[in-house]
Ligand binder design. Structure first.
Ligand SMILES: [Zn+2]
Length: 377
């Protein structure tokens, strides 16, 4: 069965359909649409947020932390924050696998906007070891260390300068929110997997321990804002704008600014877990009227291209022989449920995270995905 509105079908976990054949993820999208309006109403809300940020930033060197990766969404965040009259501090987590284009993009945009950069580079050997541990754990979440690393880096930058706000470049309208059960991330998960499979202790990796996280969110009151939720964001127009004004280059696909992300999304996930991120991206674009369902159904049939040189580099840097790599790819798939994580804690503290979400201290998607018992859905 396939949703009558988007292209989600039975292979999407925890999918259900109403009497009209519309899936629960389309309804979830509609709820977010109501909660985060665009147009004049959205602009008004964003302006109010920006005024508050400016007030809170008085007497401080910066108003807001903007995470950058060299990708389209985050580059636009930096551009937008300057245009809104804010004084951003850019923050970057260097997992040592940036593509050359991403590095050039970051360099150009920082120069053009005259914005300072806070960066956290993890030790190259340590990060490779963590990445390898996740591969050996046979879970889909091999990008979790990069995602957690960047979240911590944003908090570190904010805490260092007393900044109260972090801008995130996520848009549920263009990127979508991944289905329940596709991915999971938390600090405990990383610690467990590294202890079990790794050969290096976590030293330079910035893990988001729950105590640190709650301190930054509750004691320091650092809020996470997603400005794109309030804007009519058109990715193609944005790419053109960034190329024209920021000497920014398109690198050929979503999440391809980083080589581990590229390997994960174009090789590892589709081949081992039957997870194709184009499903969530295309479905999000259909729901927000930016792509026709027919076009999406045609495009999804096209095979994903993959640059084999990246695979060779991954094997080389992780010191994996072809045999070892094949062994990893054929291990029975596991999930975070096979390992110790904070999930149970998040579920037990559901009421608390609801308050956190209402205060903008955690994104709504975190509350929706992490504090809910999956079996209840
Ligand atoms: Zn749907």
């Amino acid at each position: 069965m396939i949703c009558k509105k988007c292209i989600y079908d039975d292979h999407i976990p925890y999918i259900s359909f109403d009497s009209k054949g519309i899936c629960n993820y389309c309804h979830q999208h509609d709820q977010l649409e109501t909660e985060y309006p665009t147009g004049d109403k959205g602009r008004e809300i964003l302006e109010r947020i920006v005024e508050q940020i400016k007030r809170d930033g008085r007497d401080k060197p910066y108003d807001v932390v903007v995470g950058i990766s060299g990708g389209c969404d985050s580059s636009y965040m930096l551009y937008l924050s300057k245009n809104l009259g804010l004084r951003p501090l850019a923050a970057h987590f260097d997992n040592t696998w940036n593509s050359q284009i991403a590095v050039e993009n970051m360099h150009n945009i920082l120069k053009k906007t005259n914005v300072d950069l806070f960066t956290h580079a993890v030790d190259n050997i340590e990060f490779c070891d963590i990445f390898k541990s996740f591969l050996k754990a046979s879970v889909p979440d091999i990008d979790t260390p990069s995602d957690i690393g960047l979240a911590t880096t944003h908090y570190l930058a904010a805490a260092k300068y007393g900044i109260k706000y972090i801008f995130e470049g996520h848009s549920f309208r263009t990127e979508g929110i991944s289905p329940h059960g596709w991915f999971y991330m938390d600090a405990k998960y990383i610690e467990t997997i590294q202890k079990q499979f790794g050969s290096h202790p976590l030293k330079t990796f910035p893990n988001l321990w729950i105590t640190k996280w709650l301190k930054w969110a509750i004691v320091d009151g650092i809020k996470k804002i997603r400005p794109l939720y309030y804007l009519d964001y058109d990715k193609e127009q944005t790419k053109a704008l960034l190329s024209r004004e920021m000497e920014w280059q398109w690198y050929g696909g979503h999440h391809m600014e980083n080589r581990t992300a590229y390997f994960t999304n174009n090789y590892y996930l589709p081949r081992k877990f039957n997870i194709d991120l184009r499903y969530s991206e295309y479905s999000a674009l259909i729901r927000s009227g930016k792509l026709s369902r027919d076009e999406a159904l045609t495009r999804i049939k096209e095979p994903k291209t993959f640059d084999i040189d990246i695979l060779e580099e991954i094997k080389k840097r992780l010191c994996l022989s072809q045999e070892e790599f094949d062994g990893i790819m054929s291990l029975p798939p596991k999930t975070y449920r096979n390992y110790k994580t904070y999930k149970q804690t998040f579920e037990n503290m559901r009421w608390f995270f609801w308050i956190m979400y209402r205060l903008d201290l955690v994104p709504k998607s975190f509350y929706m995905k992490y504090t809910r018992k999956y079996d209840d859905i």
